[in-house]
Design a protein around this ligand. Structure first.
Ligand code: GLY
Length: 388
């Protein structure tokens, strides 16, 4: 067994959430390290990268909406700063989104979403089928109506992750390319981790940002272990040959027979089709059924899709939490903070998560916008408290 040098902040997990936390911590002057075998991997390697605060609004998630919108507002400056720091393009497209409906049930569901959006003060516009097809001529003739949301954009999560790795390196973040095996706790305080190769990494503070694996790190006391679970998403990547461009100009999505399907067109010709949502534990198998369902629903939406080369099929694991919202900030264990549980919104929430963790590491306090997302909402004491 060997010991490695001490950092002020040790981030466990090098997906986009761990990386943005490390980048922001290093910018604040903390000696920062990341422990992760494959920096820039994780759920973002599979994700489509929709920044969909408005089209993915759900009943009962108004508090999360506030955080999602706060992060969406930061995106232009965040993307510009990251590109400036790295010289890398991120595929950030302010392209808007069109959510469409086919049958009466889909239409009723979309109308409900529109009402909820209006009640929440969000901008979206109801269009009839002809207006939808005028915007996106490749849409199927069967489209009966839709919602135009000009504020929901996209970014390429792979380019985002790659740029964050570079930004971290340039800011002096140290990478330990190995799995964290166990949290070290000394005198009831998180003090670092032991890695899979037996190295002890000491740290003043540890941020657990390991996506769906965050609930599995040995050594974390039971009542502090985050209640995150893997939620499988299968995603396809196709290529739009130049002769078909522009195939779609904005993100197009629909609920087809109760399943979500979305098509995200990149500026480099990639077309991402997602995503299944499956509670199957740690399974990341790409199944014939998953691919079939996505292609069937995408074809119903945009029949011309069958002409395109299918270039990749992947499955990733969203870090789901009990209320679909992230767990951010200090835990009941001194020295241990969380940045996990981002579920469907990890890419969208990247800028605000970096800022929240940097603020908390600097001041010891969660900023007001993040208080509803404290991990302490899931501690036994909080869960058993009776309403007054
Ligand atoms: N936010 C898209 C998804 O989780 O599939």
């Amino acid at each position: 067994m060997s010991s490695s040098r001490t950092s002020d902040v040790l981030v466990v997990g090098g997906g986009i959430i761990g990386l943005v936390t490390a980048w922001r911590a290093a910018q604040r002057g903390f000696a920062t390290a990341v422990v992760e075998p494959m920096p820039g991997g994780g759920a973002a390697e599979v994700a489509a990268g929709m920044l969909a605060a408005v089209t993915e609004l759900h009943y009962g998630e108004q508090t999360l909406l506030g955080l999602n919108l706060a992060s969406a507002r930061r995106y232009p400056d965040f993307a510009a700063e990251l590109t400036e720091a790295t010289g890398q393009a991120l595929g950030y497209r302010r392209c808007g989104t069109l959510a469409v409906a086919f049958d009466a049930d889909d239409r009723a569901q979309l109308r409900e979403l529109h009402t909820l959006q209006q009640r929440s003060g969000l901008e979206s516009q109801w269009l009839n089928g002809r207006e939808c097809r005028r915007l996106e001529p490749m849409l199927a003739p069967g489209v009966r109506g839709g919602l135009r949301v000009d504020g929901d954009h996209q970014i390429d999560p792979r380019r985002l992750a790659g740029a964050l790795v570079t930004a971290c390196e340039r800011a002096g973040v140290v990478f330990h390319r190995v799995w964290a095996k166990r949290l070290s706790v000394v005198r009831e305080r998180a003090a670092g981790v032991r890695t899979a190769d037996g190295t002890d990494l000491a740290a003043g503070r540890v941020v657990l940002a390991a996506g769906s694996l965050s609930g599995r790190l040995a050594g974390v006391p039971d009542d502090v272990l985050p209640p995150v679970r893997p939620v499988k998403g299968q995603v396809l990547r196709l290529t739009v040959p130049t002769r078909y461009a522009p195939f779609l100009t904005r993100t197009v999505r629909a609920v087809v027979r109760g399943s979500q399907v979305y098509l995200v067109p990149r500026d480099n010709g990639e077309l991402v089709v997602g995503a299944t949502s499956e509670e199957l534990g740690w399974d990341t198998t790409v199944t014939a059924g998953g691919v079939y369902a996505l292609l069937r629903d995408a074809h119903e939406l945009v029949p011309g899709i069958t002409e395109l080369p299918l270039t990749e099929t992947r499955a990733g694991l969203r870090p789901g939490s009990p209320d679909n919202a992230p767990l951010l900030g200090p835990t009941e264990l001194e020295g241990l903070l969380l940045a996990t549980g981002h579920h469907r919104n990890g890419v969208l929430l990247t800028p605000v998560t970096g800022d929240i963790l940097a603020h908390t590491l600097t001041t010891g306090e969660l900023p007001a916008e993040a208080r509803p997302f404290s991990p302490r909402r899931f501690t036994t004491a909080a869960l058993t408290k009776q309403p007054a």
